[in-house]
Design a protein around this ligand. Sequence first.
Ligand code: BGC
Length: 532
Amino acid sequence: MAGGPVATGDGIGASAPKSKLAGILMTAFAAFGGILFGYDTGTISGIIQMDDWLRTFGNATTDTATYPLGYYLPSNRESLVVSILSAGTFFGALLGAPAADILGRRLGIMCSCLVFSLGVALQTGAPDMATFVVGRVFAGLGVGLVSTLVPMYQSECSPKWIRGAVVSGYQWAITIGLLLAAVINNATKDRQNHSSWQISIGIQFIWAFVLCAGMSYLPESPRWLIKKGKDKAAAKALARLTSLDAQDPEVEAELNDIRVALREEQALGESSYLDCFRFNNNKIALRTLSGIFIQAWQQLTGINFIFYYGTTFFKNSGIANPFLITIATSIVNVFMTLPGMWGVERFGRRSLLLWGAVLMCVCEFLVAIIGVTISVTNTAGQKALIALVCIYIAGFASTWGPIAWVITGEIFPLAIRAKAMSLSTASNWLWNFGIGYATPYLVNTGPGNAGLGVKVFFLWGSTCAGCFVFTYFCIPETKGLSLEQVDLLYQNSTPITSAKYRNELIAQDIHVSDYKGTADAHHDEKEATEKV
Ligand code: BGC
């Protein structure tokens, strides 16, 4: 309890001066992985509309009235090219677990860059559709791996007082990637040779190179090193991240906390996928399911409806250039992530998720109600709808966008973190795919379609209400706690009472090692050090 012998391990860099930026900058750099994610998901819809891409990979047609270019992409091929990335990302996210556990978080990210680059190379040099599609699969695997590994690395390495902001930086990079894709596609789309799409795709080598080269200079996650019994290396890594000496009592206390929490977990047995769903005092099943569902709910906010279909959907708004709508929504997305990065440490995860759900819910119901009331020729009304959609995006960008990643980075205990995070991330990609696939059928008119049109916003409004209920019952307040203190939070409080217990943990400086006794911990520490 408070005042216990080692009640000093406040989380990485707890008492290191906040001015020591080195560790923060290192973990913030890993956010660059978000650029790969955002750019790759954002670029394909523009590429498959480029003239030269259609001439190279599409089908020739004599129906030039419908297809003035003389080439078109049949729907089944369009959905193959677009959705095959999701298949890759889904499996990539799942592969993130063995990669993180076996190779380590840092080397795992570097290898993901290689897989991703292979996909980029195959797409850039593709002579035919088959090669292009295989390239999309590899790029998807790379993006999926990165989307599991980057938030994991960041959560495990950043100081606890700024962990939420650092992981939110990853979401910020995703939004920048989406914006870059829109801008670069627009800049190259009118070229009448292969360079139009080859530049857009090939530029991704730069993102992969920067991420891989940068990661080679960063330390490995001290938590992974402890898990592997490499205690000396863990001390060194933690010392680099905190700008302290490896023998500093602060570093030793932190490592001790990690070790005690891990040992307690491991005492319960193996950490297989089934163990991610154990009902025990540590509430593992609740934690894994919360991770899987928060990512599902993030997709169910309907955000990608706007990013994938918004342009077509709002073509009646009187804004002639659809590119402008894409740019406007992407810019709101980028800039409104910044208040989210600040707010996640100021107001906490839980309250921002709750408020974000309310704001998005109100906006979506207003869009639905106004949309069914006014006619499509009412240009002023249509512009009001776009304004509401922008407020909705602002709500997503400053809350659910970043915080879903922050939460999945911090609610799992070390023993199962890689597996549970990979399941959560895979859930994000599965829902991303499912919603993307189902939306045209829900919205469009004609046989086989539900013809919901603007009424689809009633659906998104209701799912945002679902986001509120889910957060209220399942997501605790984890702001400012070390990852090991999050274990105590789950053991001793419920999501609804968590804010109060969290305040106690912080006010009384309570730690895992205070609970479990330190003599044992020191004994283990010696043993583990000898193993290195
Ligand atoms: C989501 C993506 C979405 C993006 C928009 C991410 O957090 O997972 O599906 O496209 O945010 O910024």
